[in-house]
Structures are given as C-alpha cells and as structure tokens.
Design a protein around this ligand. Structure first.
Ligand code: SAH
Length: 467
C-alpha cells in the first residue's frame, strides 16, 4: 500500500480527537469527518509503521448515527469536531471515552449503571453522560483571534484545525448569539479608527484577541480586548458603539499581553467602561466574573455538574471542606450552603478577588479563600493546622490534572471523600490510579456534557477512603 491508494473501510471507532477509525486487514486508518458505522471510500495520505491516515472521498453507506452538520463551516473550523454525529451518539461517545480512559489508563474496572455488579470485584459505577435538551448556542464565552486574511482584509474567527490560519466566521452555532454583533462592531470600530492587527510573526500591531462573555441569566455582556500595547486609543468610541449595537452590553475591559508566545491573556489589564465584570446566577447564587477569571463555558450544564459534585459530597451541615482550584468560588459557594466551613484555593489573583466578593455577595461567611498554587497552599496549611479535621476535598484542576505533591497532601489529610471534577479523562484516570495506591477507591463517575458538538468531556468522580 502506498500514498494516494484508494480504499474502502467500515468505520469502527472514534478517537479522542473525533477522527473515525477504520481497519484494512487489521491495519488501522484514521479518517477525519467519518463516524462509526460509516462505510467510506478514502485515499491514503500518510503511512506509519502501525497505522495510517486517510482522507475521506465519499461516504458509501452513512452510519445511522450520522447527521447533517448545522454549521456551514463545521469541517474547516477547529471548534466543533462532532457536528456530523447525532447528539445521542455524541453522548455515547463521551461515556465510552471516560470508560476507556478509566480502564486503559487507570487500570480500573467499570460497571455501567444498570449492569449487575461483578462478583467481589472492585468496580467504578459509571453513569451515562448527561446531555442538554438544546445543545446549541450554549457557550457563554467567545474568544476569537484577530488577524489578516490572505487578501489583507481584517478577519475574526477560528483557527482552522491544526493551524494558525484564521477562518472568518459569520455565525457560530454553539456560542451565545450576541457574540456575532460584538465581533462585527469591533471590526467596524477597527476599520473606522484604523486600529492595527497584531502580527504574531513580527510581534507588531495592537489587537490580538477579542473576548466576549455573557451572563446567561442576567443578560449582561462583557467585552475584553486583548492588546499588545498598554493603552488602546478610541476605546470610548468603541464602548459607545457597543452600547448602541449590543443589548445587555455592560462593560469593556482591556487585557494587556506583550508576550510573544500564544498564551491568550496577559496578567494585567484595566477597565475602559463600566464595572469591569459581569454577574451571573448559577444554582440560586450570584457570581461576579472578570475577564481573566475561569468560568465554565456552559452555564446550564454547570448547574448539573456542580449539583452532582454537591450530591457526591454528601454534606449534612457539620463538615469542613476544601475546594482546590476554586476559580471564582463557584463550587466553594455551592458547598458552603451545605457545610460548616469551606476553604478554597486558586492561583489567579483576579479570580480570588471575584471569589471573595462572591462569598460576600451571597452572604456566605463560612468560606475562606487562599491565593496561590494548590500544591503549595495545601501542604503549608496542613502543616500549620495538624489538628483540624477535613471531611471532604473537592478538586477541579486544569487539563494536566493534579500535581503529585497536591495529591499526596490530600491523601495525608485523609478526608473521607474526595470529589474529582475533570475536563480530561486521561489525566483523571492517571490520578485515580494514584489515589487508589494511596487507599482511595473510586466509587462512581458521572460525565456531564459541557461541550456539546465538540470532543471535550467533563466528568465528576466520587472517591471514598477505604476502611
Ligand atoms: N472550580 C472552578 C475553576 C476550575 S478551572 C470552576 O468550576 O469554575 C481550574 C482553575 O484552577 C482555574 O481557575 C485556574 O486558574 C486554577 N489553577 C490552575 N493551576 C492552579 C494551581 N496550581 N493551583 C491552584 N489553582 C490553579
């Protein structure tokens, strides 16, 4: 077999990146834009020793799970990888990804909810992924690069898959609808006032990214310009324009990023118009959100996710709880309503400021937030408070998972329960195995679909200390 050979395969599986996998005499090919159940004609693109890549030419027999993508640029854009898969199949895919990771990476045994328990086996009960009724326009945040198209015109949109080419994008099917008007208005403002586009190759120009966020319950909209320069000119004019075009527009901020790498946000910024934050309501609590703070992108599913975390925590009102990687205090405050005392820890200063304000805003006096890295704050706290008993620890780390030092300190503190909220099944599985070696058994796992139409998977796991 060689490059450009044509082959016909039946797609059997989907990778974590959303590529279909079909086998020819046991030799696997990865084929973008195919889904399990398709029979596809493809052209070989690249051959490695144990696998190859092929390009889809034609679907000969569509899978029963295949559906028409809603978005005209779904194939080119890197944002949604699963639009051509029915939503029900997307949820099955996500449940399976968690199952596969826990088994293959974590070495754990799985029992699907509804199945009989295995005899004397140590099994994690896995529930099917919880999805949305309307899995569109759910994102409360848009974060788009600003650049130049090949013809020199101004574009805002998405990076094409695996590239730094920006694909202009007129309407996004998963982001809140007003985001488009925000982008159009910013583009118009740039044209009118000659604001220059940042060039990542030469490191010149001004505007790098535009970020917009909406409080889905309150309707408040924040716009943040990511700028290479410390000061942006004509910002008042932009605020004025946004006020007249975007209903709910509440604040305009500037984030300064002078760096040459591809990190999106810089450390500092200022407010050009309005309060510099928006507020939203989740689970009956009110939250203040700054542009630099992390906030789950799917407000509706966030309630489901944190509701599960709270349920797994099994609080009766007497407990002392830690919430590590606490962001603006969302989970901490959910817990604070049901616990005696809550400690939170977070590394981003703006998020800590939001978290403290949020505790005050909701009249919750039983929460203390520590600013710093969890792997430093927790060991220090533990050595300074050897007598204090902790009943539950919740962790919600970034994709890379838990720092080993943090994980070991959690096990030394030895709470009865550990709740792990994760946006990456692979690092979750790795960490569950480490917890297991240290006496924590994963009891159950619940994937929650926070990122409909994409391959991303969020889940929450309950661990208990073995007796
Ligand atoms: N629980 C929050 C935030 C989860 S996202 C929520 O659900 O909204 C993970 C958070 O961890 C981010 O806010 C990030 O800023 C923070 N973070 C990243 N590395 C950290 C570290 N080493 N120590 C503490 N917090 C960290």
């Amino acid at each position: 077999m060689e490059k450009n050979d044509i082959l016909t395969v039946k797609i059997e599986d989907l990778t974590a990146d959303g590529e279909g996998v079909g086998k020819l005499d046991g030799f696997p090919f990865f084929i973008k834009d195919t889904v399990p159940g398709d029979v596809a004609r493809c052209a070989v693109m690249k051959l490695q020793k144990n696998y190859g890549f092929a390009r889809l030419l034609e679907i000969l027999e569509p899978s029963p799970d295949r559906t028409e993508a809603h978005c005209p640029i779904a194939r080119a854009c890197g944002g949604c990888q699963l639009q051509h898969l029915s939503y029900e199949a997307q949820l099955r895919f996500k449940t399976k990804r968690v199952a596969d990771a826990l088994q293959r990476i974590g070495g754990l045994s799985i029992r699907m909810a509804g199945e009989e328990p295995g005899e004397g086996r140590d099994e994690v009960l896995l529930y099917p992924a919880l999805g949305m009724e309307e899995p569109w326009h759910y994102r409360n945040k848009a974060q788009v690069p600003v650049g130049k198209a090949r013809d020199g015109s101004l574009v805002m949109g998405f990076y094409a898959r695996h590239s730094h080419e920006i694909i202009p994008q007129e309407s996004c099917m998963i982001t809140f609808p007003e985001a488009q008007t925000v982008l159009q208005t910013v583009r118009e403002w740039m044209r009118r006032f000659g604001v220059s586009v940042y060039n990542e190759v030469s490191g010149t120009g001004v505007l790098r990214h535009v970020l917009a966020r909406k409080g889905m319950r309150t309707g408040e909209i924040l716009v943040c310009l990511v700028s290479r320069k410390r000061r942006i000119r004509h910002e008042n004019e932009l605020a004025e324009m946004l006020r007249s075009t975007v209903p709910g527009f509440a604040t305009l901020t500037v984030n300064v990023n002078e760096g040459r790498d591809n990190v999106i946000l810089g450390r500092e910024g200022y407010t050009a118009f309005g309060p510099g934050f928006i507020e939203d309501e989740i689970g009956g609590l009110r939250f203040r959100i700054s542009p630099e703070s992390f906030f789950q992108v799917n407000s509706e599913q966030m309630e489901v996710l944190y509701g599960k975390a709270l349920e797994f925590a099994g609080l009766r009102g007497e407990e002392t709880v830690w919430d590590l990687y606490s962001g603006i205090g969302t989970i901490s405050l959910f817990l604070a309503k049901k616990a005696s005392k809550v400690y939170g820890c977070e590394i981003v200063p703006q998020a800590i400021r939001n978290a403290r304000e949020n505790a005050r805003l909701n009249g919750l006096g039983n929460v203390t937030f520590y600013e710093g890295a969890a792997e430093e704050v927790l060991p220090r706290w533990a050595s300074e408070h050897p007598e204090e008993r902790i009943d539950v620890i919740v962790v919600d780390p970034p994709r890379k998972g838990l720092d080993l030092r943090c994980l070991e300190t959690i096990c030394q503190i030895a709470p009865e329960r550990v709740i792990y909220v994760s946006c990456d099944p692979a690092t979750l599985a790795r960490d569950l195995a480490l917890f297991r070696e240290r006496g924590y058994r994963a009891e159950c796992a619940q994937p929650v679909d926070q990122f409909c139409q994409t391959v991303h998977v969020e889940s929450v796991v309950l661990m208990a200390r073995a007796e």
